[in-house]
Design a binder for this molecule. Structure first.
Ligand SMILES: Nc1ncnc2c1ncn2[C@@H]1O[C@H](COP(=O)(O)OP(=O)(O)O)[C@@H](O)[C@H]1O
Ligand SMILES: [Mg+2]
Length: 376
């Protein structure tokens, strides 16, 4: 394969992977609709591949309005009698379609996979590992960066080692909680209320509760444990939510950072930026660029690049901070596959920085086509 596509082929073929096994399945479908609607079809051949909640890969509809989000019906990839798989055939990475008792059919070669998947089994290094094993190029972070970016505990360990300011927190494993809940309660009490109880490896605010006193703690822990046996419990931080988009540099260039944006949750009974505020009620206001002093803008952008490099980021990431009333920037998290609909913060921040949605998609595919699999 050449870096610009297979020999003799003018258009690189891009397999867009979406849906998936995580609780962010629907969000991923909405993202795919946005990307498939904007991708330059004169330049790329697009193959939509849905992953059902069972994990099955299926050929999906390219009809973008099938994948929109509303409170009454969340989009979902339906399982099918036909399964899609990635296989090396004749030295090329081919997609094949197989159904019971039939000879598998070749769908043709793939130059690059765009994994628009959020959460476990998508944004956590597992899909990335599969693509590495099959030697298929893909957009975004590799195995380790994806895994670290998914795990709110190890993410903090890495950030602290890189000198970034992380808020007070404890990690709680399944064993600790089941063996000695009283010690966990004591350690939480030492953090001081309110605390945020989170599944270590989820996203889109799934399973997160704000807890104001010790009485609410056990219930919040059980809620979070529905998503992940490992938890992170953090002291509540008072501050504005400021985010920055990072895009890998070309060649040996440093990562590029956008103008920072700000999220504010406006009313609607949302105590914080929870799932409904994010996706259902549209209660969150995104402002970009964020109204910050010049000096803070510079700092946000520098720290976002430090965070990206700290996890070994590639392709893209959104780095989220709390900007405290005394001007400190506390890092909340990095998302290696941030929300990516045209309305999402990541594309909006690039738009405000002079890079439109279609050009952004094009740049991400360009970076992926030029990045080898394996050690790099
Ligand atoms: N320590 C904290 N202090 C104050 N607010 C928090 C804290 N942690 C999370 N939040 C609120 O909860 C939201 C979701 O938490 P976050 O860790 O970003 O999870 P997710 O990965 O699901 O986006 C944040 O955007 C913020 O509004
Ligand atoms: Mg977040």
């Amino acid at each position: 394969m050449t870096t610009e596509g297979r020999t003799g082929q003018s258009k690189p073929r891009v397999a867009v992977l979406f849906g998936g096994r995580s609780s962010e399945h629907a969000v991923s479908c909405v993202t795919a609709a946005g990307v498939m609607g904007a991708i330059d079809k004169d330049k790329y051949d697009v193959i939509p591949i849905g992953i059902a909640k069972t994990g099955q890969w299926v050929l999906a509809s390219a009809e973008t309005n099938e994948w929109s989000l509303s409170a009454s019906s969340l989009p979902e990839v339906a399982p099918s009698a036909q399964t899609v798989a990635l296989a090396e055939i004749g030295g090329e990475h081919q997609l094949i379609v197989a159904s019971p008792n039939t000879v598998p059919e070749e769908l043709g070669a793939v130059d690059v996979v765009f994994p628009l998947l959020h959460g476990p089994f998508g944004e956590d290094g597992t899909i990335q590992g599969l693509l590495e094993l099959s030697d298929t190029r893909y957009v975004g972070a590799g195995v380790l960066a994806s895994a670290v970016g998914m795990d709110k505990h190890f993410m903090k360990v890495v950030f602290e080692a890189a000198g970034l300011h992380v808020g007070p927190y404890i990690a709680v494993t399944d064993r600790q909680w089941r063996n000695d809940p009283e010690t966990v309660r004591k350690r939480v009490d030492q953090l001081g209320f309110p605390v945020f109880v989170k599944p270590a490896r989820a996203g889109s605010s799934m399973g997160i509760s704000k807890v104001d006193s010790i009485e609410g703690l056990d219930a919040a822990i059980e809620t979070a444990r529905e998503h992940d046996p490992k938890l992170v419990i953090e002291a509540g931080i008072t501050g504005r939510e400021i985010e920055c988009a990072v895009l890998e540099g070309r060649g040996t260039d440093a990562p590029r950072t956008s103008m920072p944006g700000e999220i504010s949750v406006a009313g609607g009974g949302h105590e914080f930026y929870d799932f409904n505020a994010k996706y259902v009620d549209d209660a969150a206001a995104l402002s970009c660029p964020a109204d910050l002093p010049e000096e803070a803008i510079t700092r946000v952008r520098e720290l976002a690049a430090v965070a990206f490099d700290a996890v070994g980021g590639e392709g893209l990431s959104r780095v989220d901070f709390f900007y405290t009333p005394d001007g400190e920037l506390i890092i909340n998290e990095i998302n290696t596959m941030p929300g990516f609909t045209p309305k999402s913060m990541y594309p909006q921040m690039w738009k405000a920085s002079g890079l439109g949605y279609a050009e952004l998609i094009d740049e991400l595919i360009h970076l992926a086509l030029h990045r080898k699999t394996g050690l790099r």
